[in-house]
Design a protein around this ligand. Sequence first.
Ligand SMILES: NC(=O)C1=CN([C@@H]2O[C@H](COP(=O)(O)OP(=O)(O)OC[C@H]3O[C@@H](n4cnc5c(N)ncnc54)[C@H](O)[C@@H]3O)[C@@H](O)[C@H]2O)C=CC1
Ligand SMILES: O=C(O)C(=O)[C@H](O)COP(=O)(O)O
Length: 374
Amino acid sequence: MKGRVNTINHITILADSNIASLDKFFNASTLGQASEQAVDIITVAGRDINASLLAELQPDILLIRSVTQVNEALLANNDSVQFVGSATIGTDHVDQDYLMQRHITFANAAGCSKHSVAQYVLTAALTLRPQYWQQSITLGIIGLGNIGSTLVQYANDLGWQVLGYDPLLPKSKLNNASLEQVLSQSDVVSLHVPLTDKKSEANPRGSNYPTRHLIDAEALAMMPADTMLINSARGPVIEADALVADIERTGRQVVLDVFEHEPQIAERLLSKLAFATPHIAGYTVEGKLRGTQIIYDALCEKLAVLPTQTMHALLPLNLFLWSELKAHPDRLIKFYDIQQDDASLRSKEIDGQIDGADFDGLRRDYHLRREWQF
Ligand SMILES: NC(=O)C1=CN([C@@H]2O[C@H](COP(=O)(O)OP(=O)(O)OC[C@H]3O[C@@H](n4cnc5c(N)ncnc54)[C@H](O)[C@@H]3O)[C@@H](O)[C@H]2O)C=CC1
Ligand SMILES: O=C(O)C(=O)[C@H](O)COP(=O)(O)O
C-alpha cells in the first residue's frame, strides 16, 4: 500500500465472517509482514458492519461480501480504511465513486463463482425438466459476461441452442438476439446481469441499459407460459409483484436464488416458485475460496508484496466431473440436490414470510457444494 499501511507496525482488518478461509489468507506471514508487524482480523456478520464499528475500530482494511453497503454513510466518520475488498462478483453494494474520491482502493472478485452459478442454473432446469438432457432446447441468456458465457459452454456441450442478449457487448454468434427474441423464443430464460440503475447526472456510473425491473409485467407478457425463468443475478432485476401476477396467470415455472426484498421473502411469492434458494448459487468450496484468493491477491498488490497463499493448497480432492454427470444424468442429485436447498428455505416460513435472520442463517451455515470439473 502506497500510504499508511506500509509504514505502520500492525494492520487491522475488519472482515465479514462469511468470507472463506480468512485466517489462511490474511495473516502476518501471507501479507509479507516482518515479525514485529502484527495482522489483527476482527470478524463480524456482514450486516453488522456499520459506521459506528468503523469509527470505533479504525481498520486499515475492510473485507466484505454482498450484504454490506459501502458508501459515504458507512465511511464518513472513518479515516483509516485504505483498501476495500469484496469477495463477490456483484458490486451493486459498493459506491465506487465515493471510494475513488477518498482514494480508497477497491477490488472485487470478478468471475470467482462463474462455474458454480452456471451449474446451479443447469441443476435447476434439469431437475425440473429431466427430459432436457436428451432434447435440443433453446436456452435464453440475458447478460453474456463471465457467468452467461460459462453457461453457454455447458449448453453447447448438451447440444442446446443459445439465444443471447447483451446490449453492452458487440453482436456476435452468441450475442445474437434482441431482448424480445430471448423472452419469446426460449424454453428457459436465465438472467446474468449486474443490478444497475439508469445513468444520469446524479448517477454517472449508471447504465444506458439499466437492469432494475428489466423483467417487469411487459417483459413477462412476452414469455410463453411454458418458458421457465431462472434468476440467480440480483433480486430487483425482476419486479416481484409483476412476477406473482404472471405466475398466477400462466403457472410458469420460476426459480429464484435472489429476491427483490431479500433477505425477506413473502409467502405469496415463495408459494408460487418452482424452486427457491437463499442466494447460494455461487456457494461452492471453490467459488468462495476463489473469491477470497482474488481479493487477497489484490491486497498483496496494494501492499506491494508477493502473494504466498493459494486456494489450491487449501482445496480438498474434487471428484465431481461434468463428464461423469453428462454420461449419467441420474446422478444429478448426488452432484447437487437443489430440492434440499429449496426445502430448507421453505421450512423457515413463519406467519406468511421468511424472516431476514433465517435467510441469512441458512447462508451462514450452508454446507458448501463442490464445483464440478468442466
Ligand atoms: N446468486 C449468486 O450467488 C450470484 C450472483 N451473481 C450476480 O450475477 C451477476 C453477473 O455476474 P457475471 O456474469 O460474473 O458478471 P459480468 O460483469 O461478467 O457480466 C455481466 C454482463 O451483463 C451485461 N449486461 C449489463 N446490463 C445488461 C442489460 N441491461 N441486459 C443484458 N445484459 C446486460 C454486461 O454487459 C455483462 O456482459 C453479478 O453482477 C451478480 O450480481 C454473481 C455471483 C453469484
Ligand atoms: O458474488 C456475488 O455477487 C454473489 O452474489 C455471491 O456469491 C453471494 O455473496 P454473499 O451474499 O455471500 O456476499
